[in-house]
Structures are given as C-alpha cells and as structure tokens.
Design a protein around this ligand. Structure first.
Ligand code: CMP
Length: 141
C-alpha cells in the first residue's frame, strides 16, 4: 500500500552535514520525496510531535536537543515506506543499531541525556498523518 511518512534529520545530523546522505539513502531505496524543508522547531510544535513522550525523563533534554539547530523535515512516499524507512534508520540506540543503517553507520553515543540518533521516522500510518500535518500543514490529507 502506498504510504507517506514524516522523516526528520535532527539537529545533530544537520550540523554534521549528513542531511544529503540521508536524502541519498531515501532516494537510493526508491522512495519519492514529496516535501523537503529546513525548519527551526518550536517548543509548541515539539510538544505535539512528541506527545507520547511528555513527562518521560528524557523529554526535556530531547526538546532542548531538538531546538538546538534546524532540522530537515522530509515527507517520503512509497509502498510500505513507514516500516521501510524505520528499517533504513536502524534501532533507536545508535551504538547498537545494525551496521548498514543510518544510525548504525553514522551515529554513536556522545554520553548525553538524550539519544542523538540523526533521524526520526513516523512509526504508524496514524502518526505519519498526524506528524505530516504538524510539519507540512499544506500537505495534510
Ligand atoms: P525518536 O524515535 O525520533 O523519538 C523519540 C526520541 O527520544 C528518540 O528518537 C531519541 O532521540 C530519544 N530517546 C528515546 N528513548 C530514549 C532514552 N531511553 N534515553 C534518551 N533518549 C531517548
């Protein structure tokens, strides 16, 4: 089934000059780019984006990290792109993410309170549509 997903190159990825590499991997896998925009997040946007994490111990460090610089927001399209991109991204902890994945190849632990893991990808059809509406209101379905 053709899907859309919301991908973010987080501030660590943008600062390290990895935005192009993430776009390259998305395109090399055969997904289509439907939206790409460099954005500075706001606290209000992040509170909605990370609504399931509000109150967790890493929430405040996560918000500070996500405000620390611009993110590259991407909407990608394709058959089963939601699970496909999460597979490209690798597991949350970059230290143990499998080699071959974005996090496994390019990320590591910097000893901070939050996992700086280069990318975000929506985890379900419902969160993809919710997150696309937040980051790209003009692409909301
Ligand atoms: P992401 O999957 O994009 O969304 C939630 C983010 O919170 C996650 O990436 C990590 O950056 C961060 N995160 C998740 N779990 C932890 C944790 N246990 N400790 C620190 N940061 C975390």
């Amino acid at each position: 089934m053709t899907q859309r997903t919301l991908i973010l190159v987080k501030p660590d990825g943008v600062k390290r000059g990895l935005a192009g590499e993430v776009l390259r991997r998305i395109e090399a896998k055969g997904y289509t780019l439907a939206g790409v925009e460099l954005k500075q997040a706001t606290e209000a946007l992040l509170e909605k984006h990370y609504e399931e994490h509000v109150g967790k111990p890493f929430y405040q460090p996560l918000v500070e990290f996500m405000l620390s610089g611009p993110v590259l927001a991407i909407v990608a399209e394709g058959e089963r792109v939601i699970e496909g991109f999460r597979s490209l991204a690798g597991t949350t902890d970059p230290t143990t993410a499998a080699p071959g994945t974005i996090r496994g190849d390019l990320g590591r632990d910097f000893g901070l309170k939050v996992q700086q893991n280069i990318v975000h990808g929506s985890d379900s059809v419902e969160s993809a549509e919710r997150e696309i509406a937040l980051w790209f209101p003009h692409l909301a379905s």
